[in-house]
Design a protein around this ligand. Structure first.
Ligand SMILES: NC(=O)c1ccc[n+]([C@@H]2O[C@H](COP(=O)([O-])OP(=O)(O)OC[C@H]3O[C@@H](n4cnc5c(N)ncnc54)[C@H](O)[C@@H]3O)[C@@H](O)[C@H]2O)c1
Length: 261
């Protein structure tokens, strides 16, 4: 119970990676406000709580791109718990669309969900964290944010910007006791990856093949293995522990060597 007494917010807590992050933080003793746009978050939280010795996963159905709603939820948590120790900006969407076909609506939705929410949620939690001179913020970016994606340029741009935001926040708040880092997952088996498989099969005319995206990406992964949500969640837990207090403003790749920068 290394995180006993800690209060965390995890966004996208109902998805593949978010669920596992929520689970591992709660297993380690944290109280986790599990935010997700889907109503399924309620039944998912019930399930997670059944495997814990106390009800430590608190479901919140929320659209993180609604900034006013998000700010008021943060205020509610601070009022109720007196603090926020950990924020994991994990929620994200991905759309496979060729560069020339991305329209303004897709661009705005992508950037509102993957980037604007990260900025304003960070802004909202930093104030209570600064008051107590401690806090951990972990942003889930992507290997795509390290390079680029010809059929998901808006996604890659949003994830690159998350890396920049991570550094700006680290520079701004490090001396106030707050540690800010990012994680760049590679090929992780989740509902998002299954959708990418289907989309790439459609776009590249490979409807009869299975795992089109995973196979294509795996060819570039030196260890020839796909990753699982627990691979990402373990790094998140590490970044919440005292052992990582000298790790700051960094982006850790969890990708089996897909990228080496
Ligand atoms: N799976 C991968 O291979 C991979 C690779 C690199 C980066 N990532 C990143 O990891 C994060 C989690 O991805 P995942 O694979 O678990 O995806 P996922 O689709 O399984 O889960 C995403 C979750 O975010 C929620 N969400 C979406 N929009 C929201 C909104 N507006 N408000 C609140 N919740 C919202 C969804 O309901 C879903 O539960 C994302 O930021 C993604 O970009 C994933």
């Amino acid at each position: 119970m290394r995180l006993e007494g800690k209060v965390a917010i995890v966004t996208g807590a109902g998805g593949g990676i978010g669920q596992e992050i929520t689970n591992q933080l709660a297993q380690d003793g944290a109280t986790v406000f599990a935010w997700d746009i889907s109503e399924k978050i309620h039944s998912q939280a019930d399930e997670m709580n059944q495997n814990l010795d106390a009800k430590r996963v608190i479901p919140v159905q929320i659209d993180i791109s609604d900034i006013a709603q998000m700010r008021s939820k943060v205020e509610q948590i601070v009022e109720e718990k007196g603090k926020i120790d950990i924020l994991v900006n994990n929620a994200g969407i991905m759309q496979t669309i060729p560069f020339l076909e991305i329209d303004e609506q897709s661009w705005d939705r992508m950037l509102d969900t993957n980037l604007k929410s990260v900025f304003f949620l960070t802004q909202a939690v930093v104030k209570p964290m600064m008051d107590r001179k401690q806090g951990r913020i972990i942003n889930i970016s992507s290997i795509a944010g390290r390079s680029g994606r010809p059929v998901a340029a808006h996604y890659a741009a949003s994830k690159s910007a998350v890396l920049s935001l991570t550094k700006s926040a680290a520079l701004a708040f490090g001396e106030h006791g707050i540690r800010v880092n990012a994680i760049c997952p590679g090929v992780i088996m989740t509902p998002m990856m299954e959708q990418i498989n289907r989309d790439r099969a459609r776009i590249f005319g490979k409807e009869n093949e299975e795992n089109v995206a995973v196979n294509e990406f795996l060819a570039k992964v030196p260890i020839k293995e796909i990753g699982y949500p627990s691979d990402v969640a373990q790094q998140v837990v590490f970044l919440c522990l005292p052992e990582s207090s000298y790790v700051h403003g960094q982006a850790i790749n969890v990708c089996g060597g897909y990228e080496m920068n």
